[in-house]
Design a protein around this ligand. Structure first.
Ligand code: PSV
Ligand code: MN
Length: 389
C-alpha cells in the first residue's frame, strides 16, 4: 500500500454521513406516491432502518429529524432508542412549509402574528435539541413570492433578519443555526433565501454559530457548486451539505448518480481545505427521497457513493497538482485531478470495511441479511410514514 492510500484510509475511517429520517418514509412526486412493503410507521422504526445503513456501512451514525414529521411524546426515549441501535440524533430540521398560515410566508410574513408562530416553532425544535443531544438547528426557508409587486422584497429581508435574530437568541452555547438556500420552489418569482450569498449575509449578521447549508439540488443548472463550497470554506461558514442528485429541478435522487464527477469536484474542495476532518464542523448529510427504489439499500448506495468520491479526492496528488499549477502546466494540473478521479477506489474501500470487520460490500451484505423481507413481513397494519406526514 502506498503512503497516499494509507493516508486516504485513515481519513475515510473518520468520515461520517448523516441520514435523513424522511428517506425511510414513503415519498413521491405531486403525481403519485408509491407505497412500499415494510416502510417505517413511526420515528422509532425510521431509526431502526437508519441503523441498518450504519450497520453495513459503518459510516452513518447520525439521523436528522424533521419536526413535526418526527414528533414523539418523549424525545429522551427516542434518543435512547437511537443509542440502543448504535446511532444518535443529528440535526433538527424545522418545518415552515406545511401550515395554511404560511401561504404568504413564515419568518418573512407581513403579519407579526404569523412570524411569531414561525419563530415559536423553533423554540420547540430547540427544546427537542436539548432532549436529544442534537447540536444543529437546520432551517430551510420556503418563503418567497410568485409575482412581481406581490410584496416588498426589501421589507421581507428585514423581517427575516429580525425573525432569525429571535431564533438565534434561543440557542444554547453549543448549538448552531444552519440556514439552507434554494433558488426556486415552492415560489417561482423570488425566494427569500435563494442563494448562498443571501444565506451568508444573514449568517454573518447573526454570529459565529450561524452557518450556510448547501443542498446540491438547489442551484440553477450549470452552477459551479464546488466554487461555492470553496468560498464558504474560505469564510468558515459552510455548516453542512444536503447531498442528493439533480437532473432537472430539486430531484432528490441518489447523490453521485446524476453527476459523479461533480461530487468528486465538491469533495476535492473539501479535502483541499482540510474540511473532511470531523473537527471542521462540516456535516455531510443526505437529503433524498427514494420514490421507486427500496429505501434502506438506496441510502446504503448513497453512503457508498459519497465514500467513493471522497476516496478519489483523497488520492489527488496534491504536490504534483500544486507544482503543475505553479508552472502553468494546464494539462498536467487537470491530469492530476483526472488521474485520481479515474482510479477504481472500490478495492480501497473494501479494505477499509474489512479492517473494521464489515462486509466489503455493504449493499450485498444487507440484501443477504433478510432484513428487508423481515420488515415487509412484520410491519403490517398502522400508517406508513411519509414525506410530509
Ligand atoms: C427543501 O427542498 C429541502 O431541501 C429542505 O432541506 C427540506 O427540509 C427538505 O428538502 C425536505 O425534504
Ligand atoms: Mn435540503
Amino acid at each position: 500500500m502506498t503512503t497516499s492510500q494509507a493516508r486516504a484510509l485513515e481519513a475515510l475511517a473518520a468520515q461520517t454521513i448523516e441520514l435523513p429520517s424522511w428517506a425511510f418514509g414513503n415519498s413521491g412526486t405531486r403525481f403519485k406516491v408509491f407505497g412500499q412493503p415494510g416502510v417505517a410507521r413511526n420515528p422509532y422504526e425510521k431509526l431502526e432502518d437508519a441503523a441498518q445503513v450504519h450497520r453495513y456501512t459503518g459510516a452513518a451514525p447520525r439521523v436528522s429529524l424533521h419536526i413535526p414529521w418526527d414528533r414523539v411524546d418523549d424525545f429522551g426515549k427516542l434518543a435512547a432508542h437511537a443509542a440502543d441501535l448504535g446511532v444518535r440524533i443529528g440535526g433538527i430540521n424545522s418545518n415552515l412549509f406545511q401550515d395554511d398560515d404560511y401561504r404568504l410566508g413564515s419568518l418573512t410574513h407581513p403579519d407579526e402574528a404569523v412570524r411569531r408562530k414561525a419563530v415559536d416553532h423553533h423554540a420547540e425544535c430547540v427544546e427537542i435539541m436539548r432532549q436529544t443531544g442534537s447540536t444543529d438547528l437546520k432551517i430551510w426557508l420556503p418563503d418567497g413570492t410568485n409575482y412581481p409587486g406581490q410584496d416588498d422584497l426589501r421589507a421581507r429581508q428585514d423581517r427575516l433578519a429580525d425573525s432569525l435574530q429571535q431564533v438565534y437568541a434561543m440557542l444554547d452555547p453549543g448549538h448552531r443555526l444552519l440556514l439552507e438556500y434554494k433558488f426556486f420552489e415552492p415560489y417561482f418569482y423570488a425566494m427569500d433565501v435563494p442563494d448562498w450569498g443571501t444565506s451568508l449575509v444573514h449568517c454573518l449578521a447573526l454570529g459565529d454559530r450561524a452557518q450556510v447549508v448547501l443542498d446540491t439540488g438547489h442551484h440553477a443548472p450549470g452552477t459551479n457548486i464546488e466554487f461555492i463550497v470553496m468560498q464558504l470554506l474560505r469564510l468558515d461558514r459552510l455548516g453542512a451539505f444536503d447531498f442528493n442528485s439533480r437532473n432537472y429541478a430539486d430531484d432528490d435522487l441518489i447523490v453521485g448518480s446524476a453527476d459523479p464527477f461533480q461530487l468528486f469536484r465538491i469533495m476535492n474542495e473539501i479535502v483541499a481545505a482540510g474540511a473532511l476532518a470531523p473537527e471542521s464542523g462540516v456535516n455531510f448529510m443526505l437529503d433524498q427521497c427514494h420514490n421507486i427504489e427500496p429505501k434502506i439499500p438506496g441510502q446504503i448506495r448513497s453512503v457508498m457513493n459519497v465514500q467513493e468520491a471522497t476516496a478519489k479526492a483523497l488520492l489527488v496528488d496534491r504536490e504534483a497538482l500544486a507544482a503543475a499549477q505553479r508552472s502553468g502546466d494546464v494539462l498536467a494540473a487537470h491530469g492530476a485531478l483526472m488521474d485520481a478521479y479515474s482510479t477504481d477506489v472500490r478495492p480501497l474501500l473494501a479494505e477499509l470495511r474489512g479492517s473494521t470487520g464489515l462486509d466489503p460490500d455493504p449493499y450485498a451484505a444487507y440484501a443477504r441479511s433478510g432484513h428487508q423481507e423481515r420488515i415487509a413481513r412484520e410491519r403490517v397494519g398502522g400508517q406508513q410514514a411519509g414525506w410530509g406526514a
